[in-house]
Design a protein around this ligand. Sequence first.
Ligand code: FAD
Length: 681
Amino acid sequence: KQESSPQYVDLVIVGAGPAGLMMAMWAAKCGIKTKIVDKRGTKIFNGQADGLQCRTLEIFDSFGFGHRAWIESNHMLEICLWNPDKDGIIRRSDRIPDTIPGISRFQQVVLHQGRIERFFLDTIESCSDIRVERGVMPSKMELDESLFEDNEAYPISIRLRHLSEDEATPKQTATSANGTVVQDGLFRSNLAPDDTQELLNGAKLNAKANSEEIVHAKYVLGADGAHSWVREQLGFKLEGDSTDYIWGVLDIVPITDFPDIRMRCAIHSASEGSVMVIPRENKLVRLYIQLTRTEKLGEGGSRADRSKITPETILQSAQRIMAPYKITYRKLDWWTAYQIGQRVGTQFSFGERVFLAGDAVHTHSPKAGQGMNVSMQDTFNLGWKIANVVKGVSDRSILKTYQSERRKNAQDLIDFDHRFSRLFSGRPAKDVMDEEGISMEEFKDAFVKGNLFASGIAVEYGASILVAKPGSSTKQGDGTDVAVHSGLRVISTPSLAPKIELGKRIPSFKVLNQSDARPSHLQELLRSNGRWRVVTFVGDIRDSNQASKLKVLGDKLASPDSFLHRFTPPPPARYDDVFELLVVHNTPRRETTIFDFPPVWHPYDEVDGWDYWKIFVDDESYHEGHGEIFKNLEISSQGCNVILRPDQHVSYVGPMEGYEELDKFFSAFMIPPRVTTKAGT
Ligand code: FAD
């Protein structure tokens, strides 16, 4: 057995699926020392998750690879609902937009998980030295709780075992009609037994693969899927139920006379179950099929016998549901089968040192296209927080918000999935008296309402140290809403911009750069790099009132004891390494220049000169219309300051005169940089 000398890292990520890769992405952008391991020898190449919701695309765009997903994917624009008519024949009963128009600059698309993982890997590689180490899994984790509150300590030691190529390759079954091996997803399906222990045992016996290393870490993320080893080490459980519904999934190039095969369809047959049709890239179509006939659950709700489920049996079910239309295929790309379980982890973190994310803390049915999206959004929430703490910008108190924000979201997701699965899997009602059947009106309604939830745009974080939002007991005598942070009271005034909702991600409209007239979406200015933003919507600076408020604010921000200067490290850190100050105004663009604005919004650097990317204007562009951001966000003529978290969620909305509120907000959790002496302390 070889054992190399111990390594010290800020973060160990176990699992390089969507959740683990999103975490690695933040680590790469924020520059923290990270090790990411996965027990599999390769990434996924086909199958698995495919739906990307519009919020996920916004997030990808903030990391610089949204365009790759947007170009390569199939775009889903319409949902067709097919239901049985009075004679039991399926007919198209409705069409609804797939993404609610206007909620985002992106719409839902589909692209298989393998490509998405590729985009992550390429981007991580291009900006850091973080690489996924494959065929590596942890075999032991030890925690020293006495060191948990010490920022400089490495309280976790984790032993990593290297597997052989054979052990790291999931077994595939030869299942297609002509006997060729088709990639299937059963090794990750909840119908397959977990192979973690098997792999560990295999590695023990295999002398070649038996090398181990010890890593000391400040933080660990378990993004190791539904069978999470990390979760098991912590003794945490998933709570919830397994349901009776068994679903099969086929990725095929179909040959069919069904007219809506290139639309997303929900098809309810009279008595043969339901199919969801998802048109995919490369002419592929995914069918999610409820299996009703030959494949029965074991007694007492135990797992189904998956040997009875094959691509042929799944196809036969689809043929029965979609009759009288015919459907078959020449090419089968991937398939799987699963039983719906709806569970949420009891805890998402242990001592804010070991965290769990993704399928490790929530499992549910895949057909609402949520798992991968929500898993990535978990670590999109967590990554910048850990990076800010590791870099000494924030204290550890902000880490508590991970569980409060994401566990609530996971519970909402399970509730949504519960409702949606029942409506999708149930038999259509024959008439209004048929109480056991599902009303198709109710189904449509759930689809329309569910679309907002499913888009990821509706996610709203509650009052906390990071969201200055009225909590449960923070109404003052005069009716003002107050959020309490560590004894400091920060008052938001949401009425100054009713469409910028506290706790939600900021909506996006086009603005022009004051210096070069180039249009961009507001969100495009909010790159994911770990920085906080204070956006001042000043209005028209020809109005002397607004101009003077901006000047006062600019002077306060420029003062040596402002939060900007107290919490930003000295050079070589950049002036905007911790906070980016942006201004959006609606003075006619041609009547002003950046030099009409206080210097804090066009900082000067001895080497680089002026910064031209901090002042933006709400005005007509030459080629891309007028974003009308003031009107669309209903910003008061008084203007306002908005604090945006590094993940684009809104922390605070308040008056331009409210510099003190900004200072109080940041002072509640930020740490002044440590002064480095000659001795290096
Ligand atoms: P995983 O993707 O499971 O990744 C976990 C990783 O950890 C794996 O790479 C695994 O090899 C590794 N690992 C596990 N244990 C260890 C260990 N002990 N040591 C080291 N590494 C380990 N979601 C959607 O959003 N949209 C969809 O359309 C969609 N469709 C789906 C269709 C199907 C058929 C299925 C099965 C799922 C679908 N999902 C969908 C769900 C989605 O695939 C998952 O929710 C998502 O992959 C979860 O990401 P994750 O990173 O948490 O876990």
